[in-house]
Design a protein around this ligand. Sequence first.
Ligand SMILES: Nc1nc2c(c(=O)[nH]1)N[C@H]1C(S)=C(S)[C@@H](COP(=O)(O)O)O[C@H]1N2
Ligand SMILES: [Mo]
Length: 223
Amino acid sequence: MFESEHDHAKYQSGEPLKPEDITEEGIIISPDTHRAERIPPGQARTRKWPILHASHVPTIETEDWRLKIFGLVEKEVNLNWDRFQALPRCKVFADFHCVTRWSRLSNVWEGVSTRTLLDLAGIQPEAKYVVCHAYDNGWTTNLPLVDFLAEDALLADTHDEMPINDAHGGPVRGMVPRLYAWKSAKWIRGIEVVAADKPGFWERGGYHNHGDPWTEERFGYSR
Ligand SMILES: Nc1nc2c(c(=O)[nH]1)N[C@H]1C(S)=C(S)[C@@H](COP(=O)(O)O)O[C@H]1N2
Ligand SMILES: [Mo]
């Protein structure tokens, strides 16, 4: 079942911030925010923040949250909340595009970059893809390692200066701004590094395997 509601606390009243409005030092500006037209074809801006997921909202207390980085790694990494919080932090300014045609512009995400996380584990040479595993009934999404390791990709625990709530995938969610939103796993619990691609929940359900919003990779199995 697809649930759809809105997070009213996150309503954007004005024009979206532009990358040149962001003055904070060290913040990573997602390259797509520099485009003259920031809304991909077939999308429309929403000022709200819709809440979308395939099944229920799991409630995960920070003390119960775990992240496992496994598969084709040099050494498996298991993190709890305290170890995750002790890692170097990053902040990203990015737009967010859902295949159901809404785009939420100018989000500020904070957390740990995917590069930092995979550096902890080390990647074996045959590794080509990543499968993100989530707490909601074994939900997964797959993506190429190069997309997962984009400079603006992270595991976020904060959105616009507030902790990510249960509905939006807290305590920690994936965020890969340059692909459609279903590639950003809410309630993330595992990062599996693999050589052969493994289509995830929506990819098996008919969504595109890659999901580039700029070329409208919405549906189908084509790679
Ligand atoms: N674990 C998990 N992550 C998920 C989903 C899901 O069902 N389960 N849905 C995806 C889809 S289709 C979208 S549009 C975004 C929505 O994120 P939001 O609810 O914070 O807007 O989460 C993505 N990540
Ligand atoms: Mo979505």
